[in-house]
Design a protein around this ligand. Structure first.
Ligand code: PXL
Length: 274
């Protein structure tokens, strides 16, 4: 059997849902990583007609059985992954499967990035139970870097949403963590990170827009930077700049483009900082 490794490219397994319309999860991770010269291999956890944020009557198909069959095939053909990047799961069982994927496929040089999709605006998403949070904590223990928003960081650490972001960050056990959607100064929002033991902050202007999929665009851009061997602080800054550029492009496309970020404009344009 011919090897699928030694291609000279980095390869990332993307364990996330495919929201066919809606610009989140795999719909943004695949193009952002491809545009960064990374071979992106999707392992869909679920396939949805749209994402769940703001669309009525979405249709969802669970992919648990398919995940297990695809993984078994990849094991048979000996696939090597330079990165395993996880996002949305539709059940606790799928998080267990992702842990097994990390145990079976991650080698010493494999970057494990967990975007612990759990909730937003102070609340756990309605589709998740408390044992889902518990299982996500176990998955985060296997990661090199995690990218929760402030709500997710509070849920992971059992903190009150009123605790300071700095206190919440200090309770996250993963070696490297970037908390997104952290309130900054007046009209600012940003990132609070602990990278290589150092606390860093990046602030960006906060636009008065309700946005969807920002976390996915940011985590994908961060993953792309890290796989292009950028040091952690530079990767954070560049991913934040990219996400901010996408948000500005999205703002120019209102009110029609309400459901996700106009990341294509940034991948296509001259002003692409990735
Ligand atoms: O962006 C996070 C996310 C991922 N996947 C699905 C979602 C959401 C957020 O709403 O609905 C299906």
């Amino acid at each position: 059997m011919k090897s699928v490794n030694d291609t000279g490219m980095k390869r990332a397994a993307l364990i996330n849902d495919l929201s066919c319309l809606g610009k989140c999860s795999l719909s943004v991770a695949l193009p952002i990583l491809s545009a960064a010269g990374v071979e992106a291999v999707a392992l869909p956890t679920a396939i949805l007609s749209t994402h769940t944020g703001g669309f009525d009557g979405y249709v969802m198909r669970d992919m648990t059985e398919e995940m297990q069959a695809f993984i078994a095939h990849w094991q048979r053909i000996g696939v090597h992954f330079d990165c395993i990047y996880t996002g949305f799961f539709s059940s606790v069982r799928q998080i267990e499967i992702a842990r097994q994927v990390i145990q079976d496929f991650a080698q010493e040089d494999t970057l494990v990035l967990v975007d612990p999709v759990l909730g937003d605006n102070g609340r756990l998403y309605g589709c998740f139970s408390p044992d889902y949070v518990q299982e996500m904590r176990a998955l985060c223990k296997l990661a090199h870097i995690i990218t929760p928003n402030l709500t997710e960081a509070a849920l992971l650490t059992g903190s009150s949403p009123d605790d300071s972001p700095e206190a919440i960050l200090s309770r996250l056990e993963t070696p490297n963590a970037v908390i997104t959607s952290v309130p900054g100064g007046e009209n600012e929002i940003g990132y609070l990170a602990r990278l290589n033991g150092r606390v860093l902050r990046v602030h960006k202007p906060k636009l008065s827009l309700e946005l969807h999929g920002c976390g996915d665009v940011f985590a994908s851009a961060l993953c792309a930077q890290l796989l292009n061997d950028q040091p952690l602080p530079d990767a954070l800054q560049k991913a934040a700049d990219f996400c901010d550029g996408c948000i500005r492009k999205t703002a120019q496309r209102q009110p029609g483009h309400w459901y996700g970020l106009a990341f294509e404009d940034m991948l296509k344009g001259q002003d692409n900082p990735t």
